[in-house]
Ligand binder design. Structure first.
Ligand code: GRF
Length: 190
């Protein structure tokens, strides 16, 4: 039986698209579901175009967890990947998927994580604090933002003339190279 992934995303979804294309020819690992908290998220259109089943839910439905749990069960989801998902993951979901929810964060945690630290906010904080390096962190999800056990980090230099946009590009490149590989490792270890 293949490992079934659900990818959760709220934003433009470059990681979601990259993960889907990385596993598109895999017989061991399938992206079986794309979940989003926003109908206008790029991933919803992408799911429709590519035929990957999708499920859009409100913050209330996420917290209630009833409908979402049914959907996750109906696709036999083994592992949940947060790829730019902005809502806090409720206890009930963490309880059902212990050490089976993975997030990626665009800084070297524990630096520059936590509530409100997403997207360009993170890169601005890194530059403003004069960091000489930044990077990506992939970690298990617990009940605090960006706080669960680290799985993998990769750093990159922050140059003296770095801008938020240039740093964002560097980080996105790292995310696209390493996130699918780490997802594969974790999936095959389940
Ligand atoms: C990424 O930078 C990721 O680290 C963070 O959210 C961003 C999502 O980017 N959690 P995208 O929507 O996949 O392009």
């Amino acid at each position: 039986m293949p490992i079934n992934l659900a990818v959760f995303a709220s934003g433009k979804g470059s990681n979601t698209k990259n993960i889907c294309s990385y596993f598109s020819d895999s017989s061991d690992i399938n992206v079986s579901l794309i979940c989003s908290s926003s109908l206008s998220s790029g991933v919803v259109d992408y799911a429709k175009k590519t035929g990957v089943p999708s499920f859009v839910f409100s913050k209330k439905e996420l917290v209630d967890f009833v409908a979402l749990q049914d959907v996750l069960n109906s696709y036999c989801i083994d592992l949940i990947i947060l790829a730019g998902f902005l809502l806090k993951i409720p206890e009930k979901l963490i309880f059902c998927y212990p050490n089976k929810i993975i997030n990626i964060h665009p800084s070297l945690l524990p630096k520059h994580g936590g509530k409100g630290m997403f997207g360009k906010n993170v890169h601005k904080a890194v530059i403003d604090s004069g960091e000489k390096e930044s990077g990506i962190s992939i970690h298990f999800v617990n009940n605090k933002y960006d706080d669960g056990r680290l799985i993998f980090q990769k750093s990159c230099p922050v140059s003296s003339d770095e801008t938020v946009d240039s740093l964002e590009k560097k980080i996105q490149l790292l995310e696209h190279v390493f996130f699918p590989k780490i997802i594969k490792q974790i999936s095959l270890s389940l």
